[in-house]
Design a protein around this ligand. Structure first.
Ligand code: PAF
Length: 285
C-alpha cells in the first residue's frame, strides 16, 4: 500500500506491533534500482513486515546540488517495491515531514547533528550539512516507523558508519543491517546518480572500481603502506577524471590508516563531467 502521511503509517505500525510482528525499514530517496532491491529482499526475508520510504530529503542537499533534478519515479518505485513483497511504500511530501513554509533551516527545525570527527572528512568535507540532514530524516523515519531493523547499503559507507554511531549514541532501539554494494556487470557500483552519465561518462566511470580493485589486489600481494597503495591510482586517472578523495580509513571510526589492514576501507570520490560518484572497498578477505 502507498501511504503519504505520518498518521497513516503510525496507525498501520500500531496494528502490526500489537500483533507482535517485526518491522523492517528501507529508507530511500526513490529511483529504485537493483541495489535498493537487495536491501528490500533482505528486509522481506528477515522481517514480518517491510516499509520502504521514498523521500527526496531537501535538507540533505547542499546549495547547488541536484535536489531539483534528482530522479523522481514513484510509480515505478512502488511497482518494484510491492512486487518484491514490500507492505508499505511511505512517500511523504516535504510539508508532511517538515511543515509548511521556510522552516527547513536549523533556525526553525530541530536537527540531529552527528559528531564533527565523523563528518569533517570524505563526503562531509565538500557537502557541508549533508549528514545533519541525513541523520535528522533517518531519526524522524525511525520515530515514525519504529523499525526493529533498518537496512543501509555499504555503497554510502560514511553514511552507514554515521547512522550506526547515531543509533548507538542516542540508544535507538533499531538494529542497523549493512548490505553489500551491488555492482553492474562491468563493476560500476549501482547508484541513482548513474542515470546522469552520458555514454562516454559511463565508460569513464569505471575508473572508480578499477582503482579500488587494483588497490585490493596490490594489498593482497603484500603492499600495506597506504601512500604506496594510493599512488597506484595515477595509472588509471585521465584528464576526464577529477579525483576528490582517495583515502584509507578505519571501518568503525573513520580514523586515517597509514598501514592498511583488514579493518581498512578504501574510499574514493571522482567527478566525471558534472557527476560526482563515490565508491569504496573493504580490504578484509
Ligand atoms: O542513502 C539515501 O538514499 C539517503 O541518504 C537516505 C538514507 C534515504 C536518507 O534520506
Amino acid at each position: 500500500m502507498l501511504l503519504h502521511t505520518i498518521a497513516e503509517v503510525r496507525e498501520q505500525i500500531r496494528i502490526w506491533k500489537k500483533q507482535g510482528l517485526t518491522v523492517g525499514l528501507v529508507p530511500t530517496m526513490g529511483a529504485l534500482h537493483e541495489g535498493h532491491l537487495s536491501l528490500i529482499k533482505k528486509s522481506v526475508e528477515k522481517c514480518d513486515k517491510t516499509v520502504v520510504s521514498v523521500f527526496v530529503n531537501p535538507i540533505q542537499f547542499c546549495p547547488g546540488e541536484d535536489f531539483e533534478k534528482y530522479p523522481r519515479t514513484l510509480d515505478a518505485d512502488r511497482e518494484m517495491a510491492e512486487s518484491a513483497g514490500v507492505d508499505i511504500v511511505f512517500a511523504p511530501s516535504a510539508a508532511e515531514m517538515y511543515g509548511e513554509g521556510h522552516i527547513m533551516s536549523n533556525d526553525f527545525l530541530t536537527y540531529v547533528i552527528p559528531p564533527f570527527f565523523y563528518v569533517n572528512k570524505l563526503c562531509g568535507k565538500s557537502r557541508t550539512g549533508h549528514f545533519d540532514g541525513v541523520c535528522t530524516v533517518v531519526n524522524k523515519l525511525f520515530n515514525i516507523v519504529q523499525p526493529d531493523f533498518a537496512f543501509f547499503g555499504e555503497k554510502d559507507r560514511q553514511q552507514l558508519i554515521i547512522i550506526k554511531k547515531m543509533v548507538k549514541d542516542l540508544s535507538i532501539p533499531t538494529e542497523i543491517i549493512p548490505c553489500p554494494i551491488v555492482r553492474e556487470a562491468d563493476g560500476l557500483a549501482m547508484s541513482s546518480r548513474n542515470k546522469y552519465l552520458n555514454e562516454q561518462e559511463r565508460k569513464d566511470a569505471l575508473v572508480l572500481k578499477n582503482i579500488l580493485f587494483n588497490i585490493k589486489s596490490c594489498y593482497n600481494s603484500g603492499i600495506k603502506d597506504t601512500e604506496a597503495l594510493a599512488e597506484t591510482a595515477f595509472n588509471f586517472l585521465k584528464s576526464c577524471h577529477s579525483l576528490e578523495y582517495l583515502e584509507f580509513r578505519d571501518k568503525n571510526d573513520l580514523e586515517l590508516k597509514k598501514t592498511a589492514d583488514k579493518d581498512t576501507i578504501v574510499f574514493i570520490a571522482v567527478k566525471i563531467g558534472n557527476v560526482r560518484l563515490i565508491d569504496n572497498i573493504s580490504l578484509e578477505n
